[in-house]
Ligand binder design. Structure first.
Ligand SMILES: Nc1nc2c(ncn2[C@@H]2O[C@H](COP(=O)(O)OP(=O)(O)OP(=O)(O)O)[C@@H](O)[C@H]2O)c(=O)[nH]1
Ligand SMILES: [Mg+2]
Length: 376
């Protein structure tokens, strides 16, 4: 089909390409069949929530009366403390889907007679992915859970009230007072994940982003021939034979002026910020696909200038459609990024794409390691 892609390679060049491909980990194709259930989970990387600490238990008013001593004295115990609400970073968690919109701490137990103190409530620990950022209601960053096990105390539980035993003084031997338990703190936060995926797929609606993610991973975003099928991001994992896994995110479609909140809005450009490398995916069967690349680049630039520095590639999709053959060559001439022609629907050239993704990932990791060693 692609006469223009058939090139005669010299034996020397062929050997060097073979050596080159041997050094790169090979992608593994999944042997396990896809689940037939309809539950399709999208990836949640941002959540706004209210946290309320547990209330303390009330103190108790009680007077002990024994057979030998009718007025044995005040014996009301203290209430237990309410539980805190805590965010804890964990490597076992990948997204914020499980985080409730209202998270409450448990209440402390009440005090009782015979000086029995109420039990302190257990804390409500909400696990969040490593790299979660906590912002207060004003949008100010107040917490960064960057290491495994790091905790952020979101709302303190209320202290338990004192029972009447506590209030015995020299002048008042039989106090008839106790305290109520205090209410827990009540705050609103927004939490977001700093890194959502290693690779983000960006493109116009209908470019074939979801079809591509389905082709390279076990994720199952909806595919349909109308724009804005995908309204929330999906993340799929690509496995390699050295046990490395690369997360690829299918982001909702962008259109011109997305940075001015047109289309699905600015929030989807924020997802792009949380990806290490960006792949522009264009429909090569449409005329002048390079226009789409420059519009997408411009949208990102308008949103955040630093995004230009991220490693990037262009994927020319739908090469099974005859019109795209000519367009792919022109696309290569008109954009100054590497172009990989694929057909997500038929699976053509997917292995080349996966190899390129791995090269991008390895390069980026080397850079990160260098940065970290420089910091140390
Ligand atoms: N012929 C052909 N059709 C494709 C290919 N890839 C995707 N399509 C079709 O293009 C249409 C849109 O595909 P989607 O994967 O839903 O596109 P999308 O980019 O996720 O679109 P949004 O979610 O709306 O942004 C579907 O009808 C696909 O079957 C391809 O390689 N070849
Ligand atoms: Mg889609």
């Amino acid at each position: 089909m692609f006469n223009s892609l058939k090139i005669k390679l010299s034996p020397k060049l062929l050997k060097s390409i073979c050596n080159y491909s041997q050094n790169i980990a090979q992608p593994l194709r999944s042997k396990k069949p896809r689940s037939s259930s309809n539950t399709v989970q999208h990836f949640v990387d941002f959540k706004r929530l209210r946290v309320i600490g547990g209330s303390g238990g009330d103190g108790c008013i009680s007077f002990l009366s024994l057979w030998s001593n009718e007025l044995a004295g005040p014996d009301g115990g203290d209430g237990g403390n309410g539980g805190h609400v805590i965010f804890q970073a964990s490597n076992d968690i990948y997204d914020l889907n499980h985080v409730p919109t209202i998270a409450k701490g448990l209440n402390g137990e009440k005090g009782s007679n015979k000086d029995c103190h109420g039990k302190n409530a257990n804390h409500n620990i909400i696990k969040v992915p490593v790299g979660t950022i906590v912002k207060n209601a004003q949008g100010k960053v107040i917490g960064d859970l960057s290491h495994e096990g790091l905790m952020f105390l979101a709302a303190r539980g209320g202290a338990g009230g004192k029972g009447n035993h506590f209030f015995i003084t020299d002048t008042e031997q039989a106090p008839k007072i106790c305290e109520y338990g205090a209410f827990g703190e009540d705050f609103e936060y927004s939490i977001e994940i700093r890194t959502m995926a290693h690779i983000g797929l960006l493109g116009y609606p209908n470019a074939g982003k979801s079809t591509l993610l389905r082709a390279i991973s076990r994720a199952r975003p909806k595919v349909a021939p109308y724009p804005f099928t995908t309204l929330k991001p999906y993340v799929g994992m690509v496995q390699y034979d050295d046990y490395e896994q690369i997360a690829v995110a299918d982001l909702p479609g962008l259109i011109p002026d997305s940075h001015k909140n047109k289309g699905l809005g600015i929030q989807f450009l924020q997802h792009a910020e949380r990806c290490m490398a960006l792949l522009y995916i264009v429909d090569a069967s449409l005329p002048e696909p390079w226009e789409a690349v420059s519009v997408l680049q411009n949208e990102l630039m308008q949103f955040n200038k630093n995004l230009k520095e991220r490693p990037q590639l262009v994927i020319a999709n739908k090469i099974d459609i005859p019109e795209s053959e000519e367009n792919v060559d022109k696309l290569k001439e008109n954009v100054n990024l590497p172009v990989i022609p694929v057909s997500a629907k038929l699976g053509t050239n997917i292995s080349t794409l996966l190899r390129e993704i791995r090269i991008l990932y390895d390069k980026n990791r080397e850079l990160e390691d260098q940065e970290n060693s420089n910091k140390d």
